[in-house]
Design a protein around this ligand. Structure first.
Ligand SMILES: Nc1ncnc2c1ncn2[C@@H]1O[C@H](COP(=O)(O)OP(=O)(O)OP(=O)(O)O)[C@@H](O)[C@H]1O
Ligand SMILES: [Mg+2]
Ligand SMILES: [Zn+2]
Length: 493
């Protein structure tokens, strides 16, 4: 009995699952033409079917929800159709109909995740001895095959070494690296790709048309971005939206459901960064977080738009960006040089781990944006100062700071965070670290030995280390107060 039936069986018992599964079940492609993307795979499978050169073990590898199981079933249908083997299975004969309903005795689906053991594979080895009941081939589709135990793989290997006649295995997996090479080397491999935003949009558009679901172009775009390469995920988000929205689905609905902030949010944020209004930026960040986006999400979204802005300036084909036309238009007009964007991306990347690992990611992201503003302010000062031509973030001793920062990042991330907030100057054998407040000073004083040894490694000479407090603008001081909260109750390593 096919395990694809599970979907239906589960659906009978759970309302929630019904709402998530109906579209993806109803719109499971039944022939090669209906598959979105994966053309390279369709081509070679069709070639194999036409030429009759069909391997006895096929491996379908690729991300979740991109059509592996679906393709395996279409392939089985093509082989066993009464008019086959054919690349256009008739869909009407007994075999075709049974496969559509997951009821064919000759097409056996096994979920590798829940049938991992030796007993299941032993049963399989018994089963392969018997000829197909109705069709030409007996086809075993083993889903998530990488979950099998070593014993089970060994047993399977024996079968693959002496493939019984008229038996074909299709192994599907999201994680081919976990499959033993002895098995891999006996399989013909097909690599399924994650689907592009455009492919997902096209597919969902067709489904929306057929289901008379009204959804705006923008809403569909963001939904497809969120589906992250998987049509099935896209279908289930659409399904969820339909279940709670009457009338047309608009982008705000999508954002609400998935805690996602649209391009408008990021473009306004970028505007505020350009006008260097830290206060407004902080309010916006917090509003975004209140609206359900987590700081990491904001981090990712913002960095992605910066990346897109950079790529637009380097002239890559826009298809790579997976943005809609309006987004590209806005990003083209942004008043930032290539170097400025690169610097901003660098700062973002430096903060990635901090935002991800911080107990208070909200503050981490606030600090990140204060750094971005600061970087731009400095760039501007530098631009006005005719002596300096480079537009990168000025820091005469960026190297020392960078080395300290990266040297500390793993062992003492909080100290690294403090270093990030400092200015470091070097003259002769003096290194002066300027900090913003007593708190930061104490923390650095306490860790002088550590700092010294890192710098010594870099410079190879002796030097004296001064740590001093300098006055900063008021808004930055406020931020420092918030940093303190971050450290509250915890000793800085
Ligand atoms: N390439 C595709 N074209 C059209 N629909 C697709 C495609 N890929 C997935 N789908 C939709 O997603 C559903 C699930 O696809 P399928 O089970 O084939 O994915 P999978 O790659 O086997 O995923 P998993 O790794 O999670 O098992 C299908 O029923 C179909 O509705
Ligand atoms: Mg599958
Ligand atoms: Zn048929």
């Amino acid at each position: 009995m096919g395990f694809g039936f599970w979907d239906l069986a589960l659906a009978e018992h759970s309302e929630v699952i019904i709402s998530h599964r109906v579209i993806s079940l109803k719109y499971r492609p039944q022939n090669f033409d209906e598959l979105t993307g994966q053309n390279h795979i369709v081509l070679s499978l069709r070639g194999a079917i036409k030429s009759g050169r069909i391997g006895h073990a096929l491996l379908f590898a690729g991300p979740r929800g991109v059509g592996k199981t679906t393709t395996a079933r279409i392939f089985a249908k093509s082989l066993n159709c009464i008019e086959g083997p054919t690349v256009y299975p008739c869909q009407e004969c007994q075999s075709c109909r049974e496969i559509t309903l997951s009821r064919s005795f000759d097409v056996i689906e096994i979920d590798g995740a829940s049938n991992r053991g030796i007993d299941e594979i032993r049963n399989l080895r018994e089963g392969v001895k018997y000829a197909p009941l109705h069709g030409r081939y007996k086809i075993y589709i083993i889903d998530e095959v990488h979950m099998l135990t070593d014993y089970a793989f060994n047993a399977l290997l024996k079968t693959l070494e002496e493939p019984p006649p008229a038996v074909i295995f299709v192994f599907a997996t999201t994680n081919p690296t976990k499959i033993p090479t002895t098995i891999l080397s006996r399989c013909q491999r097909f690599s399924f790709k994650r689907l592009s935003v455009k492919e997902i949009t096209t597919r969902l558009n067709k489904i929306a048309d057929k289901e008379k679901i009204k959804i705006t172009k923008h809403a569909l775009h963001y939904l497809a971005v969120r589906a992250d390469g998987s049509i099935r995920d896209g279908e289930s988000i659409l399904e969820q939206l339909v279940s709670f929205i009457d009338g047309e689905i608009v982008e705000e609905d999508v954002f609400k459901l998935i805690g996602f902030l649209g391009s408008n949010f990021y473009f306004r944020l970028l505007d505020e960064v350009l006008t260097k209004d830290l206060g407004k930026i902080i309010v916006m960040l917090n509003k975004g977080i209140e609206d359900g986006a987590d700081p990491i999400e904001i981090y990712r979204g913002f960095t992605n738009y910066l990346r897109a802005a950079l790529l637009i300036r380097t002239g890559v084909p826009w298809e790579f960006l997976e943005l809609n036309d309006e987004e590209i238009e806005v990003l083209q007009k942004i008043q930032l040089s290539k170097d400025e964007i690169i610097n901003m991306i660098k700062i973002c990347l430096e903060f990635e781990e901090i935002v991800k690992r911080s107990v208070n990611a909200r503050i981490a992201i606030e600090i990140l944006f204060s750094q971005l503003v600061r970087c731009l302010t400095k760039t501007e000062k530098q631009r006005n100062n005719s002596k300096v031509t480079s537009s990168s973030c000025p820091n005469e001793n960026a190297d020392i700071k960078e080395v300290l920062f990266s040297g500390l990042q793993k062992s003492s991330p909080k100290l690294a965070g403090i270093i990030h907030e400092t200015d470091i100057k070097k003259s002769d054998n003096n290194i002066t670290i300027s900090v913003k407040n007593e708190f930061a000073k104490t923390q650095l004083m306490n860790s002088q030995d550590k700092l010294k040894s890192i710098i010594k490694n870099l410079m190879n000479t002796d030097f004296t280390l001064n740590i001093e407090i300098v006055q900063y603008k008021e808004e930055e001081d406020n931020l420092i107060k918030t940093i303190k909260v971050l450290f509250d109750g915890e000793e800085v390593r």
